[in-house]
Design a binder for this molecule. Structure first.
Ligand code: GLY
Length: 357
């Protein structure tokens, strides 16, 4: 790897000893294009890719497509497993709440064969927002319902309101309030009395599941679902329910979606752009890296940059093209993603733009 003129280091990697350490000197030069194209792999049969928390989801999605389910139905059934999992604090039941302790969820779906999408944002008390998003797609002329309207719509369709805050997520949220400031009246408990796992979770991460699916006939679809930024301002909507940002597919080209800092993605419409890059001939990983590079170039707030001028946040993309090539790209590596196809269910290394020290 070489220093760039601007003093920034950028490189593409897939894993230690593989393609790591290709230096880029402004733009995305040919060497990077060639390298990243080789790290998009060819899948076999029905294929699903997802964020690392989606191993069971991709398994379920591929099983469903093999059994004849539409790719979107199979994808939604896959992420429903994670939405219902109380141990995943980034999605659905057990997701971390907003700053007032209320879980607010965002989700969207997009169906390649019909090019129709549906989404809900800031919806409360519904464990499976992806199913509600799909009903927006199939039963209305709209694409996005938010807040109380989305909840009323879900209840009209028979969804039950549930308390999504688990004991674990309540404790993490309370600890966040207690630790947040030394100029308020909250006193944090002694660190030694707190489960270290909980203590560390008080950092403000974003977590999500995105799942992109392609059936054996080459039809593509995608879904993203999340509880969004930990301890967000109530009403904050991330990238996940925004078509073109948190997910996008075009049945003639492929499918893409994201996890990570939604605000960065919203300001660059990366999933749409990644699919467009695939339309221009890039492989999935290459397209993901190219949009990450765009995000890095457009990030200029000093609080979002590290001392070397690199974005200090995480953002990842998961992609499949119509031909069945697949990949993932991460702002920071090493990083992995979940993949299922005829070669099995597994985690693979994602391409990345910057390597952690
Ligand atoms: N990407 C998830 C969020 O920012 O809410």
């Amino acid at each position: 790897m070489d220093e760039m003129k601007q003093g920034r280091r950028e490189f593409i990697g897939v894993s230690a000893g593989a393609a790591a350490g290709i230096a880029l000197a402004g733009g995305l030069p040919e060497i990077a294009r060639a390298q990243s194209a080789t790290i998009s792999r060819q899948g076999r049969g029905a294929i699903a890719v997802a964020s690392g928390n989606g191993l069971e989801a991709v398994r379920r999605a591929v099983d469903g497509m093999r059994a004849g389910e539409d790719a979107l139905d199979a994808a939604i059934a896959g992420v429903n497993i994670v939405e219902a999992d109380p141990d995943d604090i980034t999605v659905g039941y057990g997701g971390l709440p907003n700053e007032n302790g209320i879980v607010e969820l965002d989700s969207a779906v997009m169906h390649g064969p019909t090019h129709r999408a549906g989404a809900v944002a800031s919806i409360r008390s519904i464990m499976h927002p992806s199913r509600v998003a799909n009903l927006v797609r199939t039963t209305t002329d709209h694409v996005l319902l938010v807040g109380q309207g989305a909840l009323e719509f879900a209840k009209m369709h028979g969804f039950k309101e549930e308390d999504l805050l688990t004991e674990k997520s309540r404790k993490i949220w309370l600890l966040w309030k207690q630790k947040m400031s030394d100029v308020d009246d909250w006193l944090p408990p002694p660190k030694e009395e707190v489960d270290p796992d909980l203590w560390n979770m008080v950092e403000r991460f974003t977590g999500t599941i995105h799942l992109s699916a392609r059936d054996a006939q080459g039809e593509v679809s995608c879904v993203t679902t999340t509880s969004g930024l930990f301890f967000k301002i109530p009403g904050r909507v991330g990238d996940s329910p925004i078509i073109g940002a948190g997910l996008y597919c075009d049945n003639r080209v492929g499918t893409a979606g994201s996890t990570g800092r939604g605000e960065a993605n919203l300001q660059n419409l990366c999933s749409y752009q990644a699919v467009e890059f695939m339309r221009q001939g890039m492989g999935p990983s290459e397209a993901g890296l190219e949009v990450l590079k765009r995000v890095a170039e457009n990030t200029n707030r000093s609080d979002l940059l590290d001392e070397q001028g690199r974005p200090n946040f995480g953002l990842k993309f998961y992609l499949i093209d119509k031909q069945g090539r697949y990949g993932a790209a991460s702002m920071w590596g090493p990083a992995d993603f979940a993949i299922a196809d005829d070669d099995g269910v597994r985690k693979e290394a994602a391409a990345f733009l910057y390597e952690r020290d």
